[in-house]
Design a protein around this ligand. Sequence first.
Ligand code: NAI
Ligand code: MG
Length: 484
Amino acid sequence: MTIHPLGLDPGLCLIGDAWCAADSGDRLPLYNPSDGSVLCEIAAGGAADVDAAVAAAQAAMAGAWGRTTAMERGRILHRMHRLVLDHADELAQLESLDVGKPLKQGHADVVGLARYLEFYAGAADKLHGDTIPYQNGFTVYTLREPHGVAGIIVPWNYPMQIIGRAAGAALAAGNAVVLKPAEEASLTALAFAEIGRRAGLPAGALNLVPGRGPEAGAALARHRGVHHMSFTGSVRVGRLIQQYAAENIVPVTLELGGKSPQIVFGDADLGAALPVLISAGLQNAGQTCSASSRILVHQSRYDEVVEAMAERYRALRVGPASDNPDVGPVVSNRQKGIVEDFLGQGGDLTRAAEADIAADAPNGGAYVRPTLFACDKPDHVLARDEIFGPVQVAIPFSDDEEALAIANGTDYGLVAGCWTMNGPRQMRMAKEIRAGQVYINNYGAGGGIEIPFGGVGLSGHGREKGFEALHGFTRVKAVSNFHG
Ligand code: NAI
Ligand code: MG
């Protein structure tokens, strides 16, 4: 099987306005995690390709893209939005094949990508500086300028959504982009780059170098011609990105996942909470930065919640992405190994429920049995570390103090959800939980691309989504004009 995203040869890089093979000629295989087959080969880009892409981005900033007005940038992004919708079915299929995500999740991700482009298209010409009252004789104002060349490294779990939130905002703010997709899933990144070309982005405004992390990724993050780095992925690589950026003194935005809790208080509306407790943990087979992998439950409702969750777990359909199951495979056999290592460390906990894998799921697929653990040790490795698979732990607590202590008791802090009808408790939790986003009586607000997103602690720093991201992709210049 060979795939041609939007009719393209999948084995190429986009540098300037030309699709070309990696300088070395190397390629690497992309796998379908639903059955382990090879989908196609992509370019294994390296330092020479990154050099060329950064040079093309610099030339774009000095040339046509640098002169493109904010209004015109918005119009180009609007055309990209339109093209994404025109190719919605193909994009959903590509993402589903490449990542192993259920087709309906692929469609939801297309909607997410389209919304980012629509939002940032509309925002491009509404981003501006301030005038600042100062001493007599001065006029003081600020200019919001793009950083220049924005390097963006994305992971494999939500390629389209993460490309939309990072590249959409970077382009709206006037930066030129060099994008490095993950070696596990690159197909929709190729399609996105082609959509940018077809929508009329000038040459070099958006460049794409697929390839391995330690090669193409490291070359990009270390490159002296890059002025801002955005990275989403593991803490391990996030640390490297920050170190590389330190060499060149460039700002970084890091989104490094989490161990996000949902807290079910004694007065929670369980009917509303239950489906969300599970879907927020198992969406995309648990491979979501904001996955709710810890369920904290007041002891008065603990048995009831664990039993109700267990019942739902046992009914989950786990199988190939094309069957639109509740839970698909994880992205690769390597990721399956990571998740199974964690499961192996849960021997001292009670397995409250496990789901079965469909009997006809292909043998070579990267399937993991979704597992719910009852866990009365908040410091247990399964309650503390990011697993990135279909695994949740349910932890009891006795009062609000303890709920907060457990919620804040990991090194991460990305997202938290609270289920309670008590107003003062809602306010207190929202204030005292250490996380970049807090949801009350919901989790994720349907994905709201308008809502600023990012972490504290090991979850990273910088904010993406909404208008906040545009501030991250610009720097402020202050001008003080003395005219007497
Ligand atoms: P990773 O951090 O290695 O991969 C993410 C991206 O970084 C990919 O594009 C990869 O090519 C690139 N990369 C890898 N090494 C690099 C380097 N030395 N320099 C520059 N770029 C590099 O993550 P991986 O290995 O795919 O997954 C491991 C764990 O990371 C997961 O189990 C999960 O816990 C976490 N993760 C979190 C994500 C999130 O959404 N926050 C997304 C993906 C993984
Ligand atoms: Mg990796």
